[in-house]
Design a protein around this ligand. Structure first.
Ligand SMILES: [Zn+2]
Length: 569
């Protein structure tokens, strides 16, 4: 038994995430956490919302709410959806927590003491009417390129040109509409990442077996152009963690907050403290402090490829730079993008299926299975309704669901609702056990290596073996000539339902629970297939489960395809 710390990239607070976001971090992290727990390992699985920064302030303003209230509400929405998708976080925290405030301020102090913080003077747009500095996104004006009259300070949404606020014609404050904007000098703190290039590169070289996608992105940032750049860690905003040196004031930094990229990954640690403070655990340090037991923890992070630089460079720079004994990540599993039906998911245009819509039309397992078995691991993947329909109808309804239904119904009609006695296994059963053993070893190996598509395909192949056995043994024919032999075949098939329920649990937890309940059985992992297939003895009572997976009709598919093509408000 080992100890596994697992974190999923933390989703930003401003709105419901789409299925591409889900499969890019939270869902595969959940699969891995569930698998490791099922195999008897000790797991701490953490996620949280990323709540600071300008987009949260703007979204709150749009919703007409104070930003703290808006974030609290959206945390609840995201937390409920996570539960709906059966994401088995040990704690779902918030980057705005008091724990993260204290820890972020403490890290800034440690980095300053290590000589890794410098002060930089820069100029920024200031609005005397609003009495504050305006981040780029708080400024609108006319685009110098195309003449669009609502171009943002960082980009024109009409012609997509990247802009600087000073480029805008007739710039105005998004908050008040004020036009008396002026450039003023302001001071910010920078993390001297450039001085840590060699240390970071050396550390990355010690990480074993990292995916090429992860390492190549990290190395590119380290060495391309002028190499790793120093980065501002403070901003002139109201919403965020006040800039302090530990619990002391930081002279000259009054009224400023830490930049969201700096405090968000620190929430991985703060989240473990929240977990303890919420009464769910009693010792967070043994997961995070290498001087308090975390030395033998294996730490795995899950994220989309756009988050890789922050997790391979920025966050490690914070940790290494602090010179304190924090646990560093052992393995990073990163994902490409999931596209949607011939294009991209778009949050702003409401194109694609979002987590809330998904659960309104089908239960979580249908989505979990498709998303995980098509995870964008080695290249981008694409969601199409045709593929989704085929995969659900074939894999889940025809192969797994139908097996459970046929076997239990046949048994009920011929032998009653208990496991029948009699008969002797022969060559066909020995072959099934050998094939299943090989397939489940393959499944285990892929799960250990977090090769998700390959694991899904091994699992599907294990389901198919049961169907092939049933087809060949044909207990409905056997029953006419040799009822004892048919009883043996059905006894084996009932035990197979139990085995499938257990090994499928990380992918489809609700179906797994339904089938285990119908079989009135435990969830002990089948280490030995032959022994596992004798777990339910003759006389053991079961019930016929309700339909485990229903089919998606062509009419539904067409309806959904039209509904999610891009009109979400
Ligand atoms: Zn433009």
């Amino acid at each position: 038994m080992a100890r596994h710390l697992i974190t999923s990239a933390i989703p930003y607070i401003n709105g419901v995430k789409h299925l591409g976001n889900l499969v890019g971090s939270q869902l595969p992290a959940d699969l891995y956490a569930r698998y490791l727990r099922a195999r008897g390992h000790e797991v701490l699985f953490l996620c949280a919302t990323d709540e600071h920064g300008t987009p949260a302030e703007l979204a709150a303003k749009k919703a007409g709410k104070p930003v703290a209230e808006y974030c609290a509400e959206m945390w609840q929405v995201q937390s409920d959806l996570a539960e709906g998708f059966r994401l088995s976080f040990d704690h779902f925290g918030r980057s705005s927590s008091p724990q993260n405030h204290r820890l972020t301020q403490a890290f800034a102090k440690a980095l300053d003491e290590a000589g890794l913080i410098r002060e930089v003077s820069e100029t920024q747009m200031y609005s005397p009417t609003d009495g504050r500095y305006l981040p780029d996104r708080y400024i609108e004006g006319t685009c110098p390129n195309c003449g669009f009259d609502s171009a943002r300070g960082d980009q024109c949404d009409n012609c997509t040109k990247q802009l600087d606020p000073v480029d805008l014609i007739n710039p105005r404050s998004v908050i008040s509409g004020a036009t008396d904007l002026e450039m003023r000098e302001t001071k910010h703190l920078y993390l001297r990442q450039s001085t840590m290039k060699d240390e970071l590169e050396k550390w990355i070289d010690t990480r074993e077996g990292w995916p090429i996608l992860t390492t190549s992105i990290a190395k590119k940032w380290l060495t391309d152009g002028d190499g790793l750049q120093d980065r501002g860690i403070t901003r002139d905003l109201d919403w965020g963690i006040p800039v302090q040196r530990g619990d002391e004031p930081w002279p000259g930094m009054e009224g400023k907050v830490f930049y969201v990229w700096f405090d968000a990954p620190i929430e991985y640690i703060a989240c473990a403290q929240e977990w303890v403070d919420a009464g769910k655990g009693d010792d967070w340090q043994r997961w995070w402090r290498t001087d308090a037991g975390a030395e033998d923890v294996r730490y795995t992070q899950f994220m989309g490829k756009d988050n890789v630089p922050f997790h391979t460079l920025s966050f490690p720079a914070t940790i290494l730079g602090s010179a304190q004994p924090w646990k560093l990540v052992d393995y990073i599993k990163s994902f490409n993008y999931l596209n949607y039906d011939g294009g991209q998911f778009s949050t702003s245009r409401g194109r694609g299926v979002f987590m809330d819509n998904a659960l309104e039309i089908l239960p979580a397992d249908y989505w979990r299975w498709w998303l995980l078995s098509h995870a964008p691991e080695n290249s981008d993947a694409e969601f199409t309704w045709e593929n989704f329909q085929t995969s659900v109808n074939k894999d889940l309804a025809d192969v797994l669901g139908n097996f459970a239904s046929r076997v239990t119904k046949f048994c009920r009609s011929k032998f009653g609702e208990e496991v029948p006695a009699g008969g002797t296994p022969g060559d066909l059963e020995a072959k099934l056990i050998a094939d299943l053993t090989a397939k489940l070893r393959e499944y285990d190996a892929h799960m250990e290596a977090i090769e998700i598509r390959k694991a899904a395909s091994a699992l599907r192949a294990a389901w198919v073996l049961g169907n092939e056995y049933l087809q060949e043994a044909a207990p409905w024919s056997t029953f006419k000539t040799d009822p004892e032999q048919a009883a043996m075949q059905i006894r084996l098939a009932l035990n197979l339902i139990r085995l499938y329920a257990i090994v499928s649990q990380p992918f489809i937890p609700d179906a797994s629970a339904q089938l285990r309940e119908a079989m009135a059985t435990d969830d002990a992992w089948p280490e030995d297939v032959s022994a596992a297939l004798q777990t339910l003895p003759a006389g053991h009572a079961f019930t016929v489960p309700d339909v485990t997976f229903r089919k998606i009709t062509d009419a539904e598919r067409e309806d959904w395809q039209a509904r999610f093509s891009g009109t979400r408000a």
